[in-house]
Ligand binder design. Structure first.
Ligand code: URA
Length: 190
C-alpha cells in the first residue's frame, strides 16, 4: 500500500513510456484527497502539460462551469485526474501501451481515495475503466457498480465544444450524478 508522497515521487520522475521525453509537466491530479467523487479524463492537453493541472484549457473551463451547476468544485468536493499523466503529442489518443504503463498510478490514486462515485470523461476513460467495448453515444449516463463504487461516463468536454447539441444529454447525466451523490454520499453536499 502506497502513500501520497511516495506515489507522487514515483509518478513525477516516471520514465515508463516515451511520453516522458516530450512532457513539460507530469499532470498528477487535483482536488481533495478525501473526495467521494472522482472525474477521470484521458490525458493532459497542451495547457495541462504547461500548467501541470488537469482540465485547465477551454474544455476544463466548460467542465468546471457545468459541474458548478450541480454543486461540484475541484477545490471542495471532487478529485480530477487522467488515465495517462503525460501529454500525448498533438493531443492524439493515448496508446494502449502508454495506458498500460501509466494505469498503475491511477489504480493507486483510486486505492488511496476510495471514491464512491467515478465519472469517466469520454470514451477512452470509459473503455479503460468500465468496459473495453464501451459505446459513449449509447451508454453515457448509465451506472455500473464495480469494486465498491458506482461508475458512469459523460461526453468529454472537448466533444461538447465541438458539438454543442450534445450538451442537453450531458446536463441530464449531471442531474443523474447529483441524484446518485445524494443517494450514496450525501455528505458531499454538506
Ligand atoms: N483532456 C483530458 O482528457 N484531460 C485533460 O486533463 C485535459 C484535456
Amino acid at each position: 500500500m502506497s502513500n501520497w508522497a511516495e506515489l507522487e515521487r514515483r509518478c513525477f520522475s516516471c520514465q515508463k513510456c516515451a511520453l516522458a521525453d516530450t512532457r513539460t509537466n507530469v499532470v498528477f491530479g487535483k482536488g481533495p484527497r478525501d473526495a467521494r467523487v472522482m472525474f477521470i479524463g484521458e490525458g493532459p492537453g497542451e495547457n495541462e502539460d504547461l500548467q501541470g493541472e488537469p482540465f485547465v484549457g477551454r474544455g476544463g473551463q466548460l467542465l468546471d462551469e457545468m459541474l458548478s451547476l450541480v454543486g461540484l468544485s475541484r477545490e471542495k468536493n471532487f478529485y480530477i485526474t487522467n488515465i495517462v499523466k503525460c501529454r500525448p503529442p498533438k493531443n492524439r489518443d493515448p496508446l494502449n501501451t502508454e495506458q498500460d504503463a501509466c494505469i498503475g498510478y491511477l489504480e493507486e490514486q483510486l486505492d488511496l481515495i476510495r471514491p464512491k462515485i467515478v465519472v469517466c470523461l469520454g470514451r477512452i476513460a470509459a473503455m479503460r475503466l468500465i468496459k473495453p467495448d464501451y459505446r459513449i453515444t449509447k451508454e453515457h449516463g448509465h451506472w455500473v457498480e464495480k469494486d465498491g463504487a458506482f461508475y458512469t461516463a459523460i461526453y468529454h468536454p472537448a466533444a461538447l465544444l465541438r458539438d454543442p447539441t450534445k450538451k442537453p444529454d450531458t446536463f441530464a447525466d449531471l442531474r443523474s450524478i447529483r441524484a446518485k451523490i445524494r443517494e450514496i454520499c450525501p455528505e458531499v453536499y454538506g
